[in-house]
Design a protein around this ligand. Structure first.
Ligand SMILES: Cc1ncc(COP(=O)(O)O)c(C=O)c1O
Length: 377
Protein backbone atom coordinates (compact mmCIF):
# COMPACT_ATOMS: atom_id res chain seq x y z
CA UNK A 1 0.00 0.00 0.00
CA UNK A 2 1.13 3.56 -0.75
CA UNK A 3 1.60 5.69 2.37
CA UNK A 4 -1.37 7.45 4.00
CA UNK A 5 0.45 10.76 3.62
CA UNK A 6 -1.01 11.03 0.08
CA UNK A 7 -4.50 10.22 1.28
CA UNK A 8 -4.49 12.92 3.89
CA UNK A 9 -2.60 15.59 1.99
CA UNK A 10 -5.57 17.66 0.77
CA UNK A 11 -7.96 19.55 3.05
CA UNK A 12 -11.41 20.79 2.01
CA UNK A 13 -11.27 23.21 -0.90
CA UNK A 14 -11.48 26.86 0.10
CA UNK A 15 -10.73 29.14 -2.83
CA UNK A 16 -10.30 32.90 -2.50
CA UNK A 17 -13.01 35.28 -3.69
CA UNK A 18 -11.18 36.92 -6.60
CA UNK A 19 -12.46 39.58 -8.91
CA UNK A 20 -11.36 38.16 -12.26
CA UNK A 21 -10.41 41.08 -14.49
CA UNK A 22 -7.71 39.40 -16.53
CA UNK A 23 -7.86 37.92 -20.00
CA UNK A 24 -10.24 35.20 -18.82
CA UNK A 25 -11.81 33.43 -17.12
CA UNK A 26 -14.17 36.13 -15.91
CA UNK A 27 -16.37 35.63 -12.85
CA UNK A 28 -19.30 33.45 -13.84
CA UNK A 29 -22.76 34.89 -13.42
CA UNK A 30 -24.19 33.33 -10.20
CA UNK A 31 -27.18 32.06 -12.20
CA UNK A 32 -24.75 30.12 -14.38
CA UNK A 33 -23.14 28.49 -11.34
CA UNK A 34 -26.59 27.59 -10.04
CA UNK A 35 -27.39 25.92 -13.37
CA UNK A 36 -24.07 24.06 -13.23
CA UNK A 37 -25.33 22.35 -10.08
CA UNK A 38 -28.45 21.02 -11.85
CA UNK A 39 -29.19 17.29 -11.54
CA UNK A 40 -26.97 15.30 -13.87
CA UNK A 41 -28.77 13.16 -16.45
CA UNK A 42 -27.34 10.88 -19.12
CA UNK A 43 -25.95 12.33 -22.33
CA UNK A 44 -28.68 10.62 -24.40
CA UNK A 45 -31.52 11.38 -21.98
CA UNK A 46 -34.40 13.00 -23.89
CA UNK A 47 -34.32 15.93 -21.48
CA UNK A 48 -30.63 16.50 -22.21
CA UNK A 49 -31.23 16.31 -25.96
CA UNK A 50 -33.70 19.16 -25.51
CA UNK A 51 -31.05 21.14 -23.63
CA UNK A 52 -28.75 20.67 -26.62
CA UNK A 53 -31.44 21.91 -28.99
CA UNK A 54 -32.02 24.99 -26.82
CA UNK A 55 -28.33 25.73 -26.98
CA UNK A 56 -28.14 25.45 -30.76
CA UNK A 57 -31.09 27.80 -31.09
CA UNK A 58 -29.71 30.41 -28.68
CA UNK A 59 -26.21 30.21 -30.18
CA UNK A 60 -27.76 31.23 -33.50
CA UNK A 61 -29.23 34.32 -31.85
CA UNK A 62 -26.03 35.21 -29.99
CA UNK A 63 -23.99 34.85 -33.17
CA UNK A 64 -26.69 36.28 -35.45
CA UNK A 65 -26.61 33.38 -37.84
CA UNK A 66 -29.07 31.01 -39.46
CA UNK A 67 -26.40 28.30 -39.67
CA UNK A 68 -27.96 24.90 -39.17
CA UNK A 69 -24.55 23.56 -38.21
CA UNK A 70 -24.00 25.20 -34.85
CA UNK A 71 -23.06 23.36 -31.68
CA UNK A 72 -20.76 23.15 -28.67
CA UNK A 73 -17.40 21.42 -28.71
CA UNK A 74 -16.52 19.74 -25.42
CA UNK A 75 -13.31 21.57 -24.66
CA UNK A 76 -12.00 25.11 -24.23
CA UNK A 77 -11.64 27.80 -26.89
CA UNK A 78 -8.53 26.10 -28.22
CA UNK A 79 -10.59 22.98 -28.91
CA UNK A 80 -13.02 25.20 -30.81
CA UNK A 81 -10.10 26.62 -32.78
CA UNK A 82 -8.75 23.16 -33.50
CA UNK A 83 -12.19 21.89 -34.58
CA UNK A 84 -12.56 24.87 -36.92
CA UNK A 85 -9.13 24.37 -38.47
CA UNK A 86 -9.24 20.56 -38.60
CA UNK A 87 -12.55 20.56 -40.48
CA UNK A 88 -12.07 23.57 -42.73
CA UNK A 89 -8.53 22.75 -43.83
CA UNK A 90 -7.44 19.85 -46.01
CA UNK A 91 -3.80 18.88 -46.44
CA UNK A 92 -2.31 21.02 -49.21
CA UNK A 93 -4.86 23.86 -48.84
CA UNK A 94 -3.43 27.36 -48.95
CA UNK A 95 -4.49 29.13 -45.75
CA UNK A 96 -3.86 32.84 -45.20
CA UNK A 97 -3.63 33.62 -41.49
CA UNK A 98 -3.77 37.22 -40.29
CA UNK A 99 -1.35 37.12 -37.38
CA UNK A 100 -1.78 40.24 -35.26
CA UNK A 101 -0.83 38.59 -31.98
CA UNK A 102 -0.50 35.38 -30.00
CA UNK A 103 -3.78 33.74 -31.02
CA UNK A 104 -3.38 34.42 -34.73
CA UNK A 105 -0.03 32.69 -34.41
CA UNK A 106 -1.74 29.74 -32.72
CA UNK A 107 -4.13 29.38 -35.69
CA UNK A 108 -1.16 29.46 -38.08
CA UNK A 109 0.61 26.73 -36.11
CA UNK A 110 -2.51 24.57 -36.08
CA UNK A 111 -3.20 25.01 -39.78
CA UNK A 112 0.39 23.92 -40.51
CA UNK A 113 -0.10 20.82 -38.35
CA UNK A 114 -3.22 19.96 -40.36
CA UNK A 115 -1.17 20.06 -43.54
CA UNK A 116 -1.96 23.56 -44.84
CA UNK A 117 0.39 25.66 -46.92
CA UNK A 118 0.24 28.59 -44.49
CA UNK A 119 0.76 32.17 -45.67
CA UNK A 120 1.27 34.33 -42.60
CA UNK A 121 0.47 38.03 -42.71
CA UNK A 122 1.87 40.09 -39.87
CA UNK A 123 1.21 43.52 -38.38
CA UNK A 124 2.72 45.13 -35.30
CA UNK A 125 1.14 43.86 -32.07
CA UNK A 126 -1.34 46.61 -31.30
CA UNK A 127 -2.58 47.20 -34.83
CA UNK A 128 -5.34 45.78 -37.02
CA UNK A 129 -4.94 44.68 -40.64
CA UNK A 130 -6.10 47.24 -43.21
CA UNK A 131 -8.69 45.72 -45.54
CA UNK A 132 -6.38 46.31 -48.55
CA UNK A 133 -3.66 44.09 -47.02
CA UNK A 134 -6.08 41.21 -46.55
CA UNK A 135 -7.60 41.76 -50.00
CA UNK A 136 -4.17 41.75 -51.66
CA UNK A 137 -3.23 38.53 -49.85
CA UNK A 138 -6.44 36.77 -50.86
CA UNK A 139 -6.08 37.90 -54.47
CA UNK A 140 -2.40 36.87 -54.60
CA UNK A 141 -2.50 33.54 -52.78
CA UNK A 142 -6.02 32.39 -53.72
CA UNK A 143 -6.38 30.60 -50.38
CA UNK A 144 -8.98 28.01 -49.42
CA UNK A 145 -9.34 29.75 -46.06
CA UNK A 146 -8.65 33.23 -44.66
CA UNK A 147 -8.35 33.12 -40.86
CA UNK A 148 -8.63 36.20 -38.65
CA UNK A 149 -8.96 36.80 -34.92
CA UNK A 150 -11.83 39.20 -34.32
CA UNK A 151 -10.67 40.29 -30.85
CA UNK A 152 -6.96 39.51 -30.37
CA UNK A 153 -6.65 38.97 -26.62
CA UNK A 154 -2.88 39.37 -26.57
CA UNK A 155 -3.06 42.93 -27.94
CA UNK A 156 -6.59 44.19 -27.27
CA UNK A 157 -7.14 44.95 -30.97
CA UNK A 158 -10.45 44.46 -32.75
CA UNK A 159 -10.04 43.37 -36.35
CA UNK A 160 -12.81 44.95 -38.47
CA UNK A 161 -14.59 42.29 -40.51
CA UNK A 162 -16.22 44.72 -42.96
CA UNK A 163 -15.95 43.52 -46.51
CA UNK A 164 -14.04 40.33 -45.64
CA UNK A 165 -16.98 38.01 -46.29
CA UNK A 166 -17.58 39.49 -49.76
CA UNK A 167 -13.84 39.38 -50.49
CA UNK A 168 -13.61 35.71 -49.52
CA UNK A 169 -16.76 34.68 -51.33
CA UNK A 170 -15.67 36.41 -54.54
CA UNK A 171 -12.44 34.40 -54.34
CA UNK A 172 -13.91 31.01 -53.46
CA UNK A 173 -12.40 31.12 -50.01
CA UNK A 174 -13.84 30.48 -46.54
CA UNK A 175 -13.70 33.19 -43.89
CA UNK A 176 -12.74 31.69 -40.51
CA UNK A 177 -13.10 33.93 -37.45
CA UNK A 178 -11.91 33.48 -33.86
CA UNK A 179 -14.53 35.10 -31.65
CA UNK A 180 -13.34 33.82 -28.28
CA UNK A 181 -13.04 37.27 -26.70
CA UNK A 182 -15.78 39.02 -28.70
CA UNK A 183 -18.71 36.58 -28.58
CA UNK A 184 -21.46 37.91 -26.34
CA UNK A 185 -19.71 41.21 -25.62
CA UNK A 186 -18.72 42.90 -28.87
CA UNK A 187 -20.87 43.49 -31.97
CA UNK A 188 -20.53 40.49 -34.24
CA UNK A 189 -23.09 39.56 -36.90
CA UNK A 190 -21.89 36.34 -38.49
CA UNK A 191 -24.26 36.09 -41.44
CA UNK A 192 -24.19 39.79 -42.28
CA UNK A 193 -20.37 39.66 -42.22
CA UNK A 194 -20.24 36.55 -44.41
CA UNK A 195 -18.36 34.49 -41.82
CA UNK A 196 -18.16 30.80 -42.75
CA UNK A 197 -16.53 29.25 -39.72
CA UNK A 198 -16.47 30.67 -36.20
CA UNK A 199 -15.71 29.42 -32.72
CA UNK A 200 -15.63 30.84 -29.24
CA UNK A 201 -15.26 29.88 -25.58
CA UNK A 202 -17.47 29.97 -22.52
CA UNK A 203 -15.30 31.78 -19.97
CA UNK A 204 -15.08 35.32 -21.29
CA UNK A 205 -18.06 37.51 -22.24
CA UNK A 206 -20.38 34.53 -21.77
CA UNK A 207 -19.60 34.53 -18.03
CA UNK A 208 -19.53 30.76 -17.62
CA UNK A 209 -16.63 28.57 -16.47
CA UNK A 210 -14.28 27.41 -19.22
CA UNK A 211 -14.91 24.03 -20.79
CA UNK A 212 -17.22 24.29 -23.81
CA UNK A 213 -16.61 25.99 -27.13
CA UNK A 214 -19.35 27.17 -29.51
CA UNK A 215 -18.65 26.31 -33.14
CA UNK A 216 -20.56 27.08 -36.32
CA UNK A 217 -20.25 26.33 -40.04
CA UNK A 218 -22.03 28.14 -42.86
CA UNK A 219 -23.57 26.23 -45.80
CA UNK A 220 -20.45 27.16 -47.84
CA UNK A 221 -18.21 25.66 -45.17
CA UNK A 222 -20.39 22.54 -45.12
CA UNK A 223 -20.01 22.23 -48.91
CA UNK A 224 -16.25 22.23 -48.56
CA UNK A 225 -16.48 19.69 -45.74
CA UNK A 226 -18.64 17.43 -47.91
CA UNK A 227 -16.08 17.60 -50.72
CA UNK A 228 -13.11 16.58 -48.54
CA UNK A 229 -10.87 14.00 -50.12
CA UNK A 230 -9.38 12.82 -46.84
CA UNK A 231 -11.12 12.45 -43.48
CA UNK A 232 -10.53 15.01 -40.75
CA UNK A 233 -7.36 13.94 -38.98
CA UNK A 234 -8.74 14.45 -35.50
CA UNK A 235 -11.36 11.83 -34.65
CA UNK A 236 -12.66 13.71 -31.62
CA UNK A 237 -13.13 16.97 -33.50
CA UNK A 238 -14.44 15.55 -36.78
CA UNK A 239 -17.61 17.57 -37.33
CA UNK A 240 -19.22 14.86 -39.45
CA UNK A 241 -19.09 12.50 -36.48
CA UNK A 242 -19.98 15.16 -33.94
CA UNK A 243 -23.00 16.27 -35.94
CA UNK A 244 -24.47 12.78 -35.62
CA UNK A 245 -24.67 13.34 -31.88
CA UNK A 246 -25.88 16.96 -32.03
CA UNK A 247 -28.11 16.32 -35.07
CA UNK A 248 -31.06 14.01 -35.75
CA UNK A 249 -29.20 10.70 -35.31
CA UNK A 250 -28.37 11.31 -31.64
CA UNK A 251 -25.62 8.74 -31.97
CA UNK A 252 -23.15 8.41 -29.11
CA UNK A 253 -19.90 10.18 -29.92
CA UNK A 254 -18.43 11.10 -26.53
CA UNK A 255 -19.87 11.73 -23.08
CA UNK A 256 -20.80 15.42 -23.17
CA UNK A 257 -19.82 17.47 -20.09
CA UNK A 258 -23.48 17.51 -19.03
CA UNK A 259 -23.32 20.12 -16.27
CA UNK A 260 -21.13 22.48 -18.28
CA UNK A 261 -23.73 22.29 -21.02
CA UNK A 262 -26.38 23.34 -18.44
CA UNK A 263 -24.10 26.24 -17.48
CA UNK A 264 -23.76 27.36 -21.08
CA UNK A 265 -27.49 27.09 -21.60
CA UNK A 266 -28.06 29.48 -18.70
CA UNK A 267 -25.41 31.84 -19.92
CA UNK A 268 -27.08 31.94 -23.34
CA UNK A 269 -30.46 32.47 -21.70
CA UNK A 270 -29.02 35.51 -19.94
CA UNK A 271 -27.74 36.87 -23.27
CA UNK A 272 -31.19 36.36 -24.80
CA UNK A 273 -32.93 38.06 -21.87
CA UNK A 274 -30.60 41.04 -21.88
CA UNK A 275 -30.61 41.35 -25.67
CA UNK A 276 -27.48 41.53 -27.78
CA UNK A 277 -27.54 45.27 -28.40
CA UNK A 278 -27.97 46.07 -24.71
CA UNK A 279 -25.20 43.65 -23.86
CA UNK A 280 -22.80 45.15 -26.40
CA UNK A 281 -23.64 48.63 -25.11
CA UNK A 282 -23.00 47.54 -21.51
CA UNK A 283 -19.56 46.18 -22.44
CA UNK A 284 -18.71 49.37 -24.32
CA UNK A 285 -19.90 51.68 -21.52
CA UNK A 286 -17.85 49.77 -18.93
CA UNK A 287 -14.78 49.87 -21.18
CA UNK A 288 -15.13 53.59 -21.84
CA UNK A 289 -15.43 54.20 -18.12
CA UNK A 290 -12.23 52.21 -17.58
CA UNK A 291 -10.37 54.03 -20.38
CA UNK A 292 -11.34 57.38 -18.90
CA UNK A 293 -10.23 56.36 -15.41
CA UNK A 294 -6.90 55.05 -16.69
CA UNK A 295 -6.28 58.26 -18.56
CA UNK A 296 -7.13 60.33 -15.45
CA UNK A 297 -4.46 58.31 -13.66
CA UNK A 298 -1.92 59.12 -16.37
CA UNK A 299 -1.95 55.60 -17.81
CA UNK A 300 -2.02 54.95 -21.55
CA UNK A 301 -3.91 52.33 -23.51
CA UNK A 302 -1.79 50.41 -26.01
CA UNK A 303 -4.35 50.48 -28.83
CA UNK A 304 -5.82 53.44 -30.75
CA UNK A 305 -9.42 54.09 -29.56
CA UNK A 306 -11.08 53.04 -32.83
CA UNK A 307 -9.49 49.56 -32.72
CA UNK A 308 -9.90 48.79 -29.00
CA UNK A 309 -11.71 45.66 -27.92
CA UNK A 310 -14.26 46.74 -25.30
CA UNK A 311 -13.95 43.46 -23.41
CA UNK A 312 -10.14 43.48 -23.20
CA UNK A 313 -7.96 46.52 -22.67
CA UNK A 314 -4.18 46.56 -22.90
CA UNK A 315 -2.60 49.19 -20.65
CA UNK A 316 1.02 50.29 -21.11
CA UNK A 317 3.23 49.66 -18.10
CA UNK A 318 4.82 53.02 -17.19
CA UNK A 319 8.63 53.35 -17.29
CA UNK A 320 10.29 51.96 -14.18
CA UNK A 321 7.21 50.09 -12.89
CA UNK A 322 7.54 46.38 -12.11
CA UNK A 323 4.73 44.94 -14.26
CA UNK A 324 4.61 41.58 -12.52
CA UNK A 325 4.88 43.13 -9.07
CA UNK A 326 1.73 45.17 -9.73
CA UNK A 327 -0.19 42.09 -10.90
CA UNK A 328 0.92 40.27 -7.76
CA UNK A 329 0.03 43.12 -5.41
CA UNK A 330 -3.43 43.52 -6.92
CA UNK A 331 -4.01 39.83 -6.31
CA UNK A 332 -2.50 39.65 -2.84
CA UNK A 333 -3.79 42.90 -1.39
CA UNK A 334 -7.00 43.48 -3.33
CA UNK A 335 -8.13 40.03 -4.54
CA UNK A 336 -8.18 41.36 -8.11
CA UNK A 337 -6.70 39.42 -11.00
CA UNK A 338 -5.45 41.20 -14.08
CA UNK A 339 -3.15 39.61 -16.68
CA UNK A 340 0.35 40.49 -17.74
CA UNK A 341 1.39 40.87 -21.36
CA UNK A 342 1.68 37.85 -23.61
CA UNK A 343 4.38 37.09 -26.19
CA UNK A 344 5.94 40.26 -27.61
CA UNK A 345 4.05 42.41 -25.12
CA UNK A 346 5.22 40.54 -21.99
CA UNK A 347 6.35 43.09 -19.40
CA UNK A 348 5.11 45.96 -21.58
CA UNK A 349 1.37 45.89 -20.97
CA UNK A 350 -1.23 44.72 -18.50
CA UNK A 351 -4.40 43.17 -19.84
CA UNK A 352 -7.69 44.07 -18.22
CA UNK A 353 -10.87 42.22 -19.06
CA UNK A 354 -14.31 43.64 -18.35
CA UNK A 355 -16.25 40.66 -19.58
CA UNK A 356 -19.74 39.28 -19.14
CA UNK A 357 -20.94 39.70 -15.56
CA UNK A 358 -17.96 41.97 -14.81
CA UNK A 359 -18.66 44.45 -17.61
CA UNK A 360 -19.92 47.31 -15.42
CA UNK A 361 -18.59 50.69 -14.36
CA UNK A 362 -18.62 49.76 -10.62
CA UNK A 363 -16.28 46.87 -11.37
CA UNK A 364 -13.97 49.14 -13.36
CA UNK A 365 -14.02 51.57 -10.41
CA UNK A 366 -12.94 48.85 -8.01
CA UNK A 367 -9.92 48.11 -10.18
CA UNK A 368 -9.09 51.80 -10.74
CA UNK A 369 -9.10 52.44 -6.99
CA UNK A 370 -6.88 49.44 -6.25
CA UNK A 371 -4.52 50.29 -9.11
CA UNK A 372 -4.19 53.88 -7.88
CA UNK A 373 -3.16 52.55 -4.45
CA UNK A 374 -0.69 50.03 -5.84
CA UNK A 375 0.90 52.61 -8.16
CA UNK A 376 0.79 55.35 -5.53
CA UNK A 377 -1.15 57.70 -7.84
C1 LIG B 1 -8.63 35.06 -29.02
C2 LIG B 1 -8.46 33.74 -28.33
N1 LIG B 1 -8.48 32.62 -29.06
C3 LIG B 1 -8.35 31.41 -28.48
C4 LIG B 1 -8.18 31.28 -27.12
C5 LIG B 1 -8.01 29.93 -26.51
O1 LIG B 1 -9.03 29.64 -25.61
P1 LIG B 1 -8.81 28.70 -24.35
O2 LIG B 1 -7.76 29.30 -23.51
O3 LIG B 1 -10.17 28.68 -23.72
O4 LIG B 1 -8.43 27.35 -24.85
C6 LIG B 1 -8.16 32.41 -26.32
C7 LIG B 1 -7.97 32.32 -24.87
O5 LIG B 1 -7.66 33.25 -24.18
C8 LIG B 1 -8.31 33.67 -26.95
O6 LIG B 1 -8.30 34.79 -26.22
Amino acid sequence: MISDAHRLAAGALDMPNRLLLGAGPSNPNPRVMQALMGRTVGHLDPTFLRVMDDIREMLRYAWQTENEHTLLISGTGTAGMEAAVANAVEPGDVVVVAVAGYFGDRIAQMAARYGADVKRLEVAWGEAFPHETLAAAVETHRPAVLAVVHAETSTGVLQPLDGLGALCHANDCLLLVDSVTSFGGVPLLLDASGVDVAYSGSQKCMAAPSGVAPLTFSPRAMDKLARRKVPVRSWYLDYTLLSKYWGADRAYHHTAPINMVYAMRESLRIVCEEGLEARWARHRAAAEHLWEGLSDMGLECHVAPEFRVPSLTTVRVPEGVDARGVVRQLLDDHDIEISGGLGQLAGKVWRVGLMGYNARSETADRLLKALAKVLGR
